[in-house]
Design a protein around this ligand. Structure first.
Ligand code: KG4
Ligand code: ZN
Length: 341
C-alpha cells in the first residue's frame, strides 16, 4: 500500500511517500522544506509567516517527493495529513491541499494526530520487532507526554507536562543564553564542550522528579536559569557549563519519570519520540538506566524532528486498525489544534 504523507503543523512543509507492507514501513521519499532560517531571526515561530511559507512551498515539496519515489499520484493508494495539534493556519495549509488532491484524484484521506506520527517514526524499517505493551515518551517543542499502548493505535496518556514542554525548555533556555533557535541542538552541542562538569557549582532544580504522579514540570527550571544568568558575571566564559547543567537537569527529569512509568506499567518496550529524541545525552542516559529486559528504540535521526514519513507511517497503522471506519468522507476532516491522542 502506497501512502502520501503531508505534515504542515508548525514550521516544516513536508511530504513523503511510504510503502506499507505487512508490519513494515519502507520510506521511498521524505522531503522537508524547512523554515528554520526564517524563524530563527525572531527566536521562535511566527504563525502568519509559517502559513505563508507553507502556501509557497508545499506543492513543490509534494512534487519532489513523488519524483524521488518515482511514482505518480494516480498510483498512490491513500493520502494522509496531520490534523493537529499545531498552529491552525499551518494545519489548514496541509489539510486544504490534501482535500483538493483527494477530490481531483479520488483518493481516501487518513487523518493523523501529529503525536501519533512521532510515535510511529519508530516503526519505520522495523518489521515486527517492536512488541506490546509499550511505553512511549514524546518529547517535542510543544509536548511532553508519556503514552501507554497495549496495541497498535491504542493510546493512553499516563503523564504529561503541567507547563512547558521539554523542547520548549531547551528553546527558551537557549534564548535566555543568547543562543539561536531551535535551542535543543545548540545547547547539546555546547554542552559537549563543557570542561568543568563535575566541579561545577551550577545547580538546577528538578521539579516534580520525586512526586507520586507521572507528570512533568519545566517552567521552574527555566525561571531558575533566568535568575542565575542575571547574577552571573562570567556568562560568556561559562556558557558551555551552563548548557551542560541545563541539559542534564532536563534529561534527568525525563529519565527518572519514564523509569517510574515503566516500572508501574510493566511494559516490554520503550520508544523515545519527538524532536528532543535527537539528543545524544538523553539517549545515552536511557541506555544506561533502562533495565536490560526492556527493548529500547528511538527513531532514525532523519525521522526525529517533524517530517511526513512519520505521518504516513502512523496513517498506515491507523488504516489497518480502523479499517471498518470509513476514511472516504474527505470533506469531514477538520483541523483540531488541541486534538488529544
Ligand atoms: O518534534 P519537533 O520537530 O517539533 C514539534 O512537534 O514541536 O521538535 C522540535 C523540538 C525543538 O524544541 C528543538 O529544540 C528540539 O526538538 N530538539 C532538540 C534537539 N534537536 C531538536 N532538543 C535537544 N537536543 C537536540 N539535539
Ligand atoms: Zn513534532
Amino acid at each position: 500500500m502506497y501512502i502520501l504523507g503531508i505534515e504542515t503543523s508548525c514550521d516544516e512543509s513536508a511530504a513523503a511517500i511510504i510503502k506499507g507492507d505487512k508490519e513494515n514501513i519502507i520510506v521511498l521519499s521524505n522531503i522537508i522544506s524547512s523554515q528554520i532560517n526564517i524563524h530563527s531571526k525572531y527566536g521562535g515561530v511566527i504563525p502568519e509567516v509559517a502559513a505563508r511559507e507553507h502556501a509557497i512551498n508545499l506543492i513543490p515539496t509534494i512534487d519532489k517527493a513523488l519524483k524521488k519515489a518515482n511514482i505518480s499520484l494516480e498510483k498512490i493508494d491513500a493520502l494522509s495529513v496531520t490534523i493537529g495539534p499545531g498552529l491552525i493556519s499551518s494545519l489548514l495549509s496541509g489539510i486544504e491541499t490534501v482535500r483538493v488532491l483527494s477530490y481531483i484524484y479520488k483518493k481516501n484521506i487518513i487523518p493523523v494526530n501529529h503525536l501519533a506520527g512521532h510515535i510511529y517514526a519508530n516503526f519505520i524499517n522495523r518489521r515486527r520487532i517492536i512488541s506490546f505493551p509499550l511505553l512511549s515518551l514524546i518529547v517535542s517543542g510543544g509536548h511532553t507526554l508519556l503514552v501507554y499502548m497495549k496495541n497498535h493505535y491504542d493510546f493512553k496518556v499516563i503523564g504529561e507536562t503541567r507547563d512547558d514542554a521539554a523542547g520548549e525548555a531547551y528553546d527558551k533556555g537557549a534564548k535566555m543564553l543568547g543562543l539561536s533557535y531551535p535551542g535543543g541542538p545548540i545547547i547539546a552541542k555546547l554542552a559537549q564542550k563543557a570542561k568543568d562538569k563535575k566541579s561545577s557549582n551550577i545547580v538546577f532544580p528538578q521539579p516534580m522528579v520525586n512526586s507520586n504522579n507521572l507528570d512533568f514540570s519545566f517552567s521552574g527550571l527555566k525561571t531558575s536559569l533566568l535568575y542565575k544568568i542575571k547574577e552571573e558575571k562570567k556568562l560568556k566564559e561559562k556558557i558551555n557549563e551552563y548548557c551542560f547543567k541545563y541539559q542534564e537537569a532536563i534529561n534527568n527529569t525525563l529519565v527518572k519519570k519514564t523509569i517510574k512509568a515503566i516500572n508501574k506499567y510493566k511494559v516490554k518496550t520503550f520508544l523515545l519520540a519527538g524532536g528532543v529524541s535527537a539528543n545524544t545525552d538523553l539517549k545515552e542516559r536511557f541506555k544506561n538506566h533502562l533495565n536490560k529486559d526492556i527493548s529500547f528504540f528511538y527513531p532514525n535521526i532523519q525521522y526525529t524532528t517533524d517530517n511526513a514519513a512519520m505521518i504516513a507511517s502512523a496513517a498506515y497503522f491507523n488504516y489497518y486498525k480502523n479499517k471498518e471506519k470509513s476514511f472516504k468522507d474527505k470533506f469531514k476532516i477538520k483541523a483540531d489544534i488541541n486534538i488529544k491522542l
